[in-house]
Design a protein around this ligand. Structure first.
Ligand code: PD2
Ligand code: ZN
Length: 210
């Protein structure tokens, strides 16, 4: 159900990516484990809370539940991107006036390269984002692509996919989560990497000798 597709920025809106009951179940599985969202400092790579992003959220491990496995497999088929080249799903709740101010999702070169400009060993880069809308706020809460003056209305089960092949503003992927003006907004984010990504939340592998 591709509803809109464009090249600059590389962006797609897709209807019916999730079923109603999947949206509901994802919200319920996240509700009791939400924490204030944080943002990354592009100079140091460390995360902290900020007025840039006032939502609450939680990360799921890749494949953490049967539902998450099903969603990740669907995204893998649809996007032709391996599950283990993606971060775990993050579920976010925005209450009244909560927002995510304009930003890019890729990491600055400052955190993925050494001072000499060499790639940091093992550091993968984000190259695409999938947003999955889990409900519909009464007012506000759209996702705005500020370079091209496009605003996407959150519709339950709909996905927005956008890709940035380089960590540069010329990808035109600067975007924001607009403030929620009435009701609440639930959304899930999946960030895709340019190579296999070790999930930091992954459970340790059982020892080979048991
Ligand atoms: O919730 C959103 O609409 C939104 C907007 C911008 C989410 C993100 N960025 C994100 O999670 O990166
Ligand atoms: Zn974003």
């Amino acid at each position: 159900h591709v509803l809109l597709s464009m090249h600059r920025p590389k962006l797609m809106m897709v209807g019916k990516m999730l079923a109603e009951d999947e949206c509901e179940a994802l919200i319920e599985s996240a509700r009791d484990r939400l924490e204030p969202s944080s943002v990354m400092d592009h100079k140091t790579g460390s995360s902290s809370q900020s007025t840039v992003r006032t939502s609450h959220g939680t990360f799921f491990r890749r494949g953490e539940t049967e539902l998450i496995q099903r969603i990740e497999q669907r995204l893998e088929r649809f996007l032709a991107w391996p599950v283990d080249w993606g971060e775990g799903l993050q579920v976010l709740r925005y209450g009244l006036d909560h927002e995510y101010k304009p930003h890019h999702d890729y990491f600055s070169h400052l955190v993925t390269r050494t001072h000499a400009g060499q790639p940091l060993e093992g550091a993968s880069q984000r190259v695409a984002t999938v947003l999955l809308y889990l409900n519909e706020p009464e007012e506000g809460g759209g996702t705005a692509f500020t370079d091209v003056h496009l605003e996407v209305a959150p519709r339950r089960g709909m996905a927005v996919f956008f890709a940035y092949d380089r960590p540069y503003p010329t990808t035109l992927t600067r975007h924001s989560g607009c403030p929620v003006l009435a009701g609440e907004k639930w959304v899930a984010t999946k960030w895709l990497r340019d190579r296999r990504f070790e999930d930091p939340l992954a459970l340790p592998h059982p020892a080979a000798d048991g």
